[in-house]
Design a protein. Sequence first.
Length: 120
Amino acid sequence: MAPCLVFTLPGCGCCSELLTNVVARASAKASELTREELVEGGRRLAGLVAEVRPKVLAVLGVSAYRTAFARPKAVVGLQEESVGGVPVWVLPNPSGLNAHWTLAGIAGELRRVREHIGRA
């Protein structure tokens, strides 16, 4: 995510309380992250979410979510399971390497999260 975008998210109601990474290091591709890093990041994030209690936990990247939270069959969208007592929404990774999702499709998913937050 470009640093300039981080500042626009709170204004749209998407990240008014918490914005963080699952893994605390940069990578060009998800495949550069180890399973151990993702699982440890998931544990850390679950604790942080339980403490901060945002309206929703939105995770960018279904593969990262599957590994970090041991949910191998997860798909994009609102999850049945919560993390730290908070609803979870898995979103497509906006990376240019993700050819399965168009910009319009990603924007549509973000809109669904925002609508969900408005109802929460």
